[in-house]
Design a binder for this molecule. Structure first.
Ligand code: SAH
Ligand code: SF4
Ligand code: F3S
Length: 444
């Protein structure tokens, strides 16, 4: 039986795509190998969102080159956003790569592997959703669901529109059928995926659909206890979507709402199509309908032209919203993007670092404070397995997407009540409530 080794970089969409690659390889008779040294097929699913993603991947590729030198029969494959962004140049830069393919051509990997002549080939046109390929889920009770691919936004810093292409939604009926199949297969939590997940469905013909309709239809599928989605865009965060969090029992009390910058001038330069006031208004609407909702965000520091006053605006929004958590990034110029061409107002490295420190401090302070509100409450936790730091404890997630490490006994996949006794900016700790015995048959 041939063996494959797959390394995944990047976002949840790439993790999803990797599960589909694994599923496809397994249906071709491949089995997973724990190390590249033992593999007949060494695969990479790549990301190019920031320069660090590229350098990390290229270092990994160097290791594959050494293996191939010793064992020339090994096949090296490179999929994902980095491959899509350099296309056939892959073979010029890295002649030992056998097959390269973009995110819309994962199924071509099978074709390549089963063809007679394995000469270097690249596949880069969008032809189909990875979501239509067989999956190999890492946890039986959780599943991704790809609802759209691509992005029609033109954020000036972002490489994604050029790697994932124009937005295309998967048919509504297919998604409902998929949710039903997943539920029948033991899935309790579904995470809907798209680059701009809440603009889903407007391109569907003859019948366009709203994202909130999709939430409603999946909520109605018996057995689906939790629905999450990522990432929404603030411009498409309409009241119907926000209300879905309040009205639909399965839709979790967590919204990841990427801010990027708190300065209206920088938001304009980023081409985000909302300003500070509109962002704050969305937060106000979320808090009005779902007062306990966790709100997390993404922020970029050091965008070209960002002055001290602009950065202060970001801090102001961070302090006003008090996010439950934030991913913070230093601006990284990406090939082919508008922002990479900007030459005015470039922010010196030390200034970026200093702003980042101040931002992280503010973010963590608010995250810790927000997490503190859970202490003394009993939260519903979906058990994922043993805690990573203490194998005597269990680990799971609350509906607010907080990691909870707790004392208790329950099988992975159980939904159990946990009394929260401690909180940091990152995790909660607690003890499983005795009520758990009555709550879920999987709780032991
Ligand atoms: N489609 C999603 C996620 C995009 S990538 C969305 O729009 O929210 C995830 C995050 O990476 C972005 O939200 C942004 O904060 C960050 N990012 C993207 N391009 C970047 C760049 N060139 N430099 C630094 N951070 C970047
Ligand atoms: Fe990139 Fe903007 Fe699209 Fe997100 S919405 S993927 S940041 S272009
Ligand atoms: Fe990276 Fe592509 Fe995701 S660039 S962040 S893997 S969409």
């Amino acid at each position: 039986m041939p063996r494959y080794h797959l390394t995944t970089f990047g976002c949840q969409m790439n993790e999803h795509d990797s599960e589909r690659m694994a599923g496809m390889l397994q249906s071709l008779g491949y089995s997973a190998s724990a190390s590249q040294e033992d593999a007949d097929l060494i695969l990479f699913n790549t990301c190019s969102i920031r320069e660090t993603a590229d350098t990390r991947f290229v270092a990994h590729l160097g290791h594959a080159r050494r293996i191939k030198r010793e064992r020339p029969s090994v096949i090296v494959g490179v999929g994902g956003c980095w491959a899509q962004s350099v296309k056939d140049e892959v073979f010029a830069q890295f002649p030992f790569v056998d097959v390269a393919f973009g995110p819309g051509q994962v199924h071509r990997l099978a074709e390549f592997l089963t063809s007679e002549s394995l000469t270097a080939q690249g596949f880069f046109e969008f032809e189909g959703f990875t979501g239509d390929l067989p999956a190999s889920r890492s946890r039986p009770f959780q599943s991704w669901m790809q609802i759209s691919v691509g992005c029609n936004c033109r954020c000036s810093y972002c490489i994604v529109p050029s790697t994932r292409g124009r937005e295309v939604s998967r048919p509504f009926a297919d998604l409902i059928a998929e949710a039903q199949t997943l539920a029948a297969d033991g899935v309790r939590e579904i995470t809907l995926l798209g680059q701009n997940v809440n603009s889903y469905g407007r391109d569907l013909r003859p019948q366009p659909h709203a994202f909130s309709d999709l939430l409603r239809a999946i909520d109605a599928v018996e057995g689906i206890d939790r629905i999450r989605y990522t990432s929404p865009h603030p411009k498409d965060m309409r009241e119907d979507v926000i209300r879905a969090h309040a009205e639909l029992p399965a839709v979790c009390e967590h919204i990841h709402l990427p801010l990027q910058s708190g300065s209206t001038a920088i938001l304009r330069a980023m081409r985000r199509t909302y300003d500070q006031a509109r962002f704050l208004d969305r937060v106000r609407l979320i808090r009005e309908h779902v007062p306990d909702c966790a709100i997390t965000t993404d922020i970029i520091v050091g965008f070209p032209g960002e002055t001290e006053a602009d950065f202060d605006q970001t801090l102001e929004v961070v302090n006003e919203v008090a996010f439950d958590g934030a991913f913070t990034f230093v601006f990284s110029p990406r090939r082919g993007t508008q922002a990479a061409e900007l030459t005015d107002g470039l922010v010196p490295h030390e200034v970026k670092v200093e702003r980042m420190e101040r931002l992280v401090y503010a973010v963590q302070r608010h995250a810790a404070e927000r997490a503190g509100r859970f202490v003394g409450r009993t939260l519903e936790v979906l058990v994922e397995g043993p805690s990573r730091t203490d194998p005597l404890r269990l680990r799971g997630r609350s509906r607010h997407n907080k990691v909870v490490n707790f004392i208790g006994a329950a099988a992975p996949g159980a939904l159990v009540p946990v009394e929260i006794t401690g909180a940091t900016s990152q995790t909660l700790t607690g003890e499983m409530s005795l009520l758990a015995l009555a709550a879920d048959p999987l709780a032991l």
